[in-house]
Design a protein around this ligand. Structure first.
Ligand SMILES: NC(=O)C1=CN([C@@H]2O[C@H](COP(=O)(O)OP(=O)(O)OC[C@H]3O[C@@H](n4cnc5c(N)ncnc54)[C@H](OP(=O)(O)O)[C@@H]3O)[C@@H](O)[C@H]2O)C=CC1
Ligand SMILES: CC(C)=CCC[C@@H](C)[C@H]1CC[C@H]2C3=C(CC[C@]12C)[C@@]1(C)CCC(=O)C[C@@H]1CC3
Length: 401
């Protein structure tokens, strides 16, 4: 809407004959209209230029900017919150713990499996980002099922009850991965019949629930973002595990021939994909009820990525190679031994068939659908992302010997 002063009536000039008055009034109205039009063009230009979120986001961004990030204390969640605040959203965080301090954020601490806990965090909210999950390497099957599956059903019910219009789920590209090569996989690949672990099995159940609940006729729209291998500053998982493995001397051998391409996705790109999805998710948009891969769009050989991060932190890159199948059957054998001795002792092996599969196969995904439907383009290149990540972990850097 034009500002008040731009709406004010025409200003009268010195001659007071009726023709001059009329002429002057028309000229002034014309001038004011042109001025308003020009300023409103500038305003919308400014918005679309400052944002990388495309023209369609204008409507949504102006309509409602109140959101809740479920899992907002976690690695991805914290980055989501920071970017949303920068974009002018008002942000609630719902999480089982408070991961950081920020006076601009309203924290709601609770368990997402409880609707009573959830509802206060969803009042007056238009968009919910659901990026909470138990850690993928946990062995607790019951917890995965309870949080990822039944908990997500509770999130959906609570959203509907609170009148939330958009639900954006953080799923995972692994929902289609069965431990066999995937090259440039699209979202049309079927869900894995034999998911690599129980975490992935429950991510599949979760995604199906969220996409199945899409109901634009009743003003409830859902979309699932499938990132892969998220990394970046403050990640407690990927880089710390790599460094831990290197420190223990177990990072000397590459699994496979070292050529298998994999997606590693910088956290800011993942965040960008989520916000785009939320802003493009409209009643008539193709996003409704669909899944979208979000990657760096620069697949890299798994061992090249590992080596670049390790060398960046002053550790040695792995040098030796072991054939993939040999490593896989060895890991199967280790799992079998662990099972046999499990009544006597509990061992948590690091060398598991699932990890061998992740390290030795191709698994990279096409993000063409996200490019087409929401204008997605990574905002940070892989080179820059690795550089930023390495710099962000001074405490993990090996002192020069
Ligand atoms: N990291 C990766 O490479 C990938 C991750 N994803 C998905 O991205 C999402 C975010 O992952 P990431 O940021 O790495 O995970 P984090 O573990 O860092 O963050 C998840 C957050 O959710 C919280 N949480 C767990 N259970 C509950 C619960 N019952 N109620 C409320 N909050 C809960 C966690 O608390 P606490 O820490 O105490 O458990 C944590 O704060 C997840 O859905 C994951 O499946 C997808 C692809 C790749
Ligand atoms: C050889 C070695 C010790 C490598 C360390 C890197 C791994 C910790 C990561 C390499 C690929 C990553 C990955 C995930 C977790 C961390 C890695 C195994 C996920 C399983 C996280 C959750 C998902 O949704 C899928 C991810 C696939 C890739």
């Amino acid at each position: 809407m034009p500002k008040k002063e731009q709406m004010k009536g025409p200003s009268w000039s010195f001659c007071c004959c009726s023709q001059c008055l009329l002429l002057s009034a028309v000229v002034n109205i014309g001038k004011n209209l042109l001025k308003w039009r020009h300023e409103s063009d500038l305003r919308s230009q400014e918005f679309t230029e400052e944002s990388t979120y495309g023209a369609r986001s204008t409507h949504c961004a102006l309509a409602s900017k109140k959101c809740t990030v479920i899992g907002g204390s976690g690695f991805l969640g914290q980055h989501m919150v920071e970017r949303l605040l920068e974009r002018g959203y008002s942000v609630n965080v719902f999480d089982i713990r408070q991961g950081f301090e920020n006076e601009r954020v309203q924290f709601h601490i609770g368990d997402l499996c409880s609707k009573t806990d959830l509802l206060p965090a969803l009042q007056g909210v238009n968009i919910v980002f659901h990026c909470a999950s138990p850690a993928p390497f946990s062995n607790n099957k019951e917890l995965f099922y309870r949080v990822n599956y039944t908990g997500t059903r509770t999130v959906i019910q609570a959203c509907k009850e609170a009148g939330v219009q958009k639900l954006v789920l953080t799923s995972s590209a692994s929902v289609v991965f069965e431990g066999k090569d995937i090259k440039d996989g699209t979202e049309d690949l079927p869900y894995a019949h034999n998911p690599i672990d129980y975490y992935t099995e429950t991510k599949i159940l979760q995604e199906k629930e969220v996409l199945g609940s899409n109901d634009p006729a009743n003003n409830f729209m859902t979309v699932a973002i499938r990132p892969h291998g998220i990394f970046g500053p403050r990640d407690p998982q990927l880089v710390p595990i790599m460094v831990e493995t290197a420190k223990s001397g177990k990072m000397k051998i590459m699994i496979g021939n070292g050529k298998n391409l994999v997606d590693f996705t910088y956290v800011e790109n993942v965040v960008h994909g989520h916000i785009l999805a939320a802003e493009y998710l409209q009643k008539d948009s193709p996003l409704c009820g669909k899944a979208y891969h979000i990657t760096n769009d620069e697949p890299i050989p798994f061992w090249t990525f590992i080596s670049r991060v390790l060398v960046g932190l002053n550790y040695d890159a792995p040098k030796y190679k072991i054939p993939y199948l040999l490593a896989y059957y060895l890991a199967l054998f280790v799992s079998f031994l662990v099972l046999v001795v499990s009544p006597l002792i509990t061992i948590k092996p690091t060398f598991t068939p699932m990890r061998v599969a992740l390290a030795g196969t191709y698994h990279y995904y096409s993000c063409e659908r996200a490019k087409k439907d929401m204008g997605y383009k990574p905002v940070v290149s892989l080179d820059k992302a690795i550089e930023k990540t390495v710099q962000s972990y001074p405490q993990l850097r090996r002192a020069s010997q």
